[in-house]
Design a binder for this molecule. Structure first.
Ligand SMILES: [Zn+2]
Length: 343
């Protein structure tokens, strides 16, 4: 290490001090989200999960009784599913069982898995109304729609657990003011979820930041991404020709603004503004909730959470389930102001 170490910039994200809720919840219609909005999960699905701790979650009151499943609904609903270049007609029960197998470990608690089943059912039924794939309601790519694993090829115990979560919530969906919601989900929030507006630009009243304690044991709750200072600088220069980096590192970083959910909204680098979402994509960061340290050798991003952080946190759902919450309570926590009811 050189003895002439330059200034180290530490941009501290005052996580705990950030306002809990978005200032303006907006009044747009429930289905105003863009077609590209759904990112069910980032790549490396098997890498997303580890242990999870129980949580001290704020007490909540849910007046409604648990909704009752509608046995037979899923089996009687046929969904065109894009697999590779082929469209396969699949009943909803088989489809959702495969989604559960792909999107959530079978070791997760029953109520978390039921919440996932309802979110995934809502997502695909909404997709079948607003088709994003020609001739198909959904594809099996987790980076586009939802992941899917053939139940016939799964271990019998995992398959049975997935089937049980789907059957226990047969026909149940999530609605906001009567309209199926865009039931986005992700692996880990890092302690607080994000607003849809901050990530996709479309404000949705039910996709607002909420606290999500108990995720501390999750894989990638906190992570570091290191980039050589040269590479960092070159990437910014390639993106914006007007950036200008002074000799002293202390002058590289300017004003930072934060999203309501604690992510970096914009950060001034080399005198130019860059969005947190662009930086996340460009440098492969786990989330936009990051701090940045610059040294003579490298740029170090320290992230909290994993995923876009909008909607239901899967680790948060697990923490709630372990603390005794039912699936409807979990869903109503992460999707604000919604109802869970029969389709
Ligand atoms: Zn798709």
């Amino acid at each position: 290490m050189k003895d002439s170490v330059l200034a180290v910039l530490v941009i501290v994200l005052f996580w705990a001090a950030l306002p809990l809720l978005c200032a303006g919840s907006g009044g747009k219609k429930a289905d105003a989200v863009t077609p590209t909005a759904f990112q069910s999960a980032d790549p490396e699905p098997t890498d997303r999960f580890g242990g999870v701790q129980n949580a001290d979650r704020p007490a909540q009151t849910v007046a409604d009784a648990a909704p009752e499943a509608v046995p037979g609904f899923d089996a009687g609903f046929t969904l065109p599913v894009l697999q590779g270049s082929e469209i396969v007609q699949m009943d909803l029960h088989t489809y959702l069982t495969g989604v559960l197998l792909a999107e959530m470990p079978s070791s997760f608690a029953d109520e978390a898995r039921k919440a996932q089943a309802v979110a995934s059912r809502t997502y695909c039924l909404r997709s079948s109304l607003h088709r994003r794939h020609e001739g198909a309601a959904v594809c099996v790519n987790s980076g586009c729609c939802q992941g899917w694993r053939d139940p016939a090829a799964a271990a019998s115990e995992a398959r049975a657990r997935a089937e049980a979560a789907v059957a226990a919530t047969d026909g149940l969906v999530i609605r906001y003011q009567g309209v199926l919601i865009d039931a986005t989900f992700f692996a880990c929030s890092g302690g607080q979820t994000e607003s849809a507006a901050a990530v996709w630009g479309s404000d949705l009243p039910y996709l607002q930041p909420v606290e999500s304690p108990g995720e501390e044991g999750a894989a990638h709750y906190s992570d570091e991404t290191r980039i050589s200072l040269e590479g960092f600088r070159a990437a910014l220069e390639a993106q914006d020709a007007d950036v200008s980096f002074p000799e002293a590192l202390g002058g590289w970083v300017g004003q930072i603004t934060y999203t309501p959910g604690g992510g970096v909204d914009t950060i001034e680098l080399g005198g130019r503004p860059f969005s947190g979402t662009w930086l996340r994509k460009r440098f492969g960061l786990r989330s936009t909730a990051f701090t940045l340290e610059l040294s003579a050798e490298e740029a170090v991003f320290t992230t909290k959470g994993y995923g876009h952080r909008v909607g239901m946190s899967q680790y948060g759902a697990q923490a709630m389930a372990l603390a005794g919450s039912g699936f409807a309570e979990i869903l109503k926590w992460y999707y604000q102001g919604v109802t869970v009811e029969a389709y």
